[in-house]
Ligand binder design. Structure first.
Ligand SMILES: Cc1cc2nc3c(=O)[nH]c(=O)nc-3n(C[C@H](O)[C@H](O)[C@H](O)COP(=O)(O)O)c2cc1C
Length: 343
């Protein structure tokens, strides 16, 4: 989760608790102390440093999330490989060139898709160009946080359609079933978006998913790298406060409504100087605010000049807990639910 919401501290805590912790690579250069070097180099150095710090704390594998829409995508992939990341999770576009960038580094490659069609295109392209298949797919539904791979209307209406992700998971499972890694195993499918508790996890495992990716719930943990104000925005919000806005890159973005969100939604221009040219679909001359600035400000706790992106379930969270407590609760409740099904 970017910008820096899931940095080394959260990723290490999640991995140490037995899951796969993910370092977000977006906006990493912002905090690098030496401002005399260019943003791409700062981001490269900072991402390497963040992954290494997580690896130093946890003896278990650490993954990285790199969005295809980032202008410095290639450089961030190289930084991750250089520091021996275990897996690269990549969405917000189709990571068609990813295998060529990682070579034989051994990093597992996990595209994020929102349809079976996208999964199929990736499998076909990777097999033809690189003779390899994804090591897993994350299937992200429209209840997720961050930028969403759906049309605006779909993302808005999805707030009451809880079965959407189930349909997508089945769709991608079908595609995964047609391809296989080495002919012995299907490509594992990981469900994401709106998964809140152990019951939800069990539901997707029963459906055939091999795991789940969760974001929103892990924001409200002691170890989450965001400022307390960001976490409190989740704890204090109601269902009605969670809205979908159009991001400057044209994609829907789910956020907790606040004064800043009202200002940009009413068309007000928030002056900015484009410091990063971070997202390739963004045209800084036309956009009315800088989404990177808004996210960096929120991560630092300045909610007057930013917003907290969140999944639909953020309003159900009412306290901040240690990662281990959350993971233990999720695993216990999922196991109980699965046992029930077996009786
Ligand atoms: C604060 C926040 C930041 C996120 N940042 C990213 C990101 O940088 N890249 C990405 O691919 N997905 C991002 N996401 C999506 C999550 O990785 C995850 O797939 C999704 O939120 C899962 O749904 P959930 O939040 O309902 O559990 C973000 C989500 C949140 C809540």
């Amino acid at each position: 989760m970017g910008v820096r919401i899931s940095a080394s501290r959260l990723a290490a805590a999640v991995s140490s608790a037995g899951c796969l912790g993910v370092v977000a690579s977006v906006g990493t250069g912002e905090e690098w102390p030496d401002r005399s070097i260019d943003y791409v180099t700062r981001s490269y150095l900072s991402l390497k440093d963040m992954i290494q710090k997580a690896k130093d704390v946890s003896s278990r594998p650490i993954a990285v999330n790199i969005m295809c829409a980032l202008n410095n995508y290639e450089s961030l992939v190289k930084a991750s490989v250089a520091v021996g990341v275990a897996a690269i999770i990549s969405g917000a576009g189709l990571p068609l060139s990813l295998p060529g960038l990682v070579g034989d580094s051994g990093a597992k490659l996990i595209p994020i898709v929102s349809s079976g069609r996208a999964a199929d295109l990736i499998c076909r392209t990777w097999s033809r160009r690189y003779q390899r298949l994804p090591d897993a797919f994350v299937v992200e539904g429209s209840l997720a946080g961050g930028h969403l791979g759906f049309k605006m209307e779909e993302a808005q209406s999805a707030q009451c359609e809880s079965d959407n992700l189930e349909y997508l998971v089945k769709d991608v499972l079908d595609v995964a079933g047609r391809y296989s890694n080495g002919g012995t195993e299907n490509i594992p499918v990981i469900a994401a978006g709106g998964i809140f508790d152990g019951k939800d996890i069990a539901r997707f495992l029963r459906l055939g998913a091999s795991g789940v990716q969760m974001g929103t719930r892990f924001v409200c943990t002691d170890e989450c790298d965001a400022a307390n104000e960001f976490k409190e925005a989740y704890v204090n919000c109601s269902k009605e406060d969670i809205v979908v806005i159009k991001s400057p890159i044209g994609l829907p973005l789910r956020v907790v409504r606040n004064d800043f969100v009202d200002r940009i939604s009413s068309g007000e221009r928030i002056d900015f100087k484009c410091q990063y040219r971070c997202l390739s679909p963004c045209n800084p001359k036309e956009t009315k605010y800088c989404v990177a600035d808004a996210m960096v400000n929120a991560y630092r706790g300045n909610m007057d000049m930013g917003f907290a992106t969140c999944g639909t379930n953020a309003s159900r969270i009412n306290k901040i807990v240690p990662v281990k407590t959350l993971v233990d609760e999720l695993v216990r409740d999922a196991a109980l639910e699965l046992e029930k099904g077996m009786c």
